[in-house]
Design a protein around this ligand. Structure first.
Ligand code: PAF
Length: 288
């Protein structure tokens, strides 16, 4: 696995691979890798001629009061994991190269970045869309892989990739969970044992809501209320049922929906979600 530290070196490598006839798959990360990231890198290796991963803890997506300084940095383990998976190139830009002095260009994605995490972290999607644009410009991938755990991030990047005519296919990979249901996250390592147990109420409540929707519950307020009740042991940031594509709130489960939750467990903010698609109504044979 080759390590590349500048956008120019990254682009030159990618262009040489493309000239050899390869497609390029890309898994962008902030490091502190877990099985969720591994699933993105594996898909890139499996589905593309060459696979690139990046590690960059992006200061632009953290507010001053957030965890940028304490965000886990585990470079040696990350490198070994990506190498073991068969990733061909690892892009490691520096903050100085990414955001040189007098840097002043940002990407804002309207609509889908409002509400949910965009509501409680107003700086977040501007930082994500900006860094992902820069990473795309360096890697020039054909396909880029993102995890459904950050479902709104996926929607923002899909919209950005489409609106800006990038030609890049955005692939959303399913959430990878611990055996007991906790969604994998780099921030899970902040949790103490008691908090780790308490955090389980998030996935448990979402799964229960999924069962209720499967059983025919359509009222969005009732679905969300059930989840809130189940998450009483946490400090809830939001629980919302939204259209799976636009991220706008829905009143009823009458289309593919995302049921998304964010909550604080101690000092750690966790997010999780489930996607749900109601069955199409059966055609009435007696009609017409
Ligand atoms: O999901 C993440 O790890 C980050 O938000 C991303 C997409 C790598 C941008 O910094």
């Amino acid at each position: 696995m080759i390590l590349l530290e500048t956008a120019d070196a990254m682009r030159a490598w990618s262009r040489a691979r493309r000239a050899e006839g390869h497609t390029i798959g890309f898994a962008p990360t902030m490091g502190a890798l877990h099985e969720g990231h591994a699933s993105l890198a594996r898909a890139a290796v499996r589905e593309c001629g060459v696979a690139v991963a990046s590690i960059f803890v992006n200061p632009a997506q953290f507010a001053p009061n957030e965890d940028f300084d304490k965000y886990p940095r585990t470079f040696e383990a990350d490198r070994a994991m990506l190498e073991g998976i068969g990733v061909h190139a690892l892009y490691l830009p520096s903050a100085r190269d990414m955001y040189p002095e007098s840097y002043s260009t940002y990407v804002e994605v309207g609509g889908v970045s409002q509400g949910l995490c965009g509501g409680s972290r107003p700086h977040f999607f501007r930082g994500v869309a900006t860094v992902v644009t820069k990473l795309f410009n360096a890697v020039e991938p054909d396909r880029a892989y993102f995890g459904q755990k950050d479902a709104q991030q996926c929607a923002v990047i899909r919209r950005m990739a489409r609106d800006l005519d990038t030609g890049i296919e955005i692939v959303q990979m399913p959430i990878v969970r611990e055996a007991d249901g906790l969604a994998m996250s780099s921030r899970n390592r902040y949790l103490g044992p008691e908090e780790r147990t308490r955090a389980l109420c998030i996935s448990r409540s979402l799964f229960e809501a999924g069962r209720r929707m499967g059983g025919g519950l359509k009222d969005a307020a009732a679905v969300a209320a059930g989840v809130r009740e189940g998450m009483a042991e946490t400090r809830i940031d939001y629980v919302e049922l939204v259209d799976a594509e636009t991220m706008r709130p829905v009143a009823a489960v009458d289309r593919p929906v995302l049921l998304a939750a964010a909550a604080w467990v101690g000092d750690t903010r966790l997010i999780d979600n489930i996607l749900f698609t109601p069955e199409a109504p059966k055609e009435d044979a007696s009609c017409c």
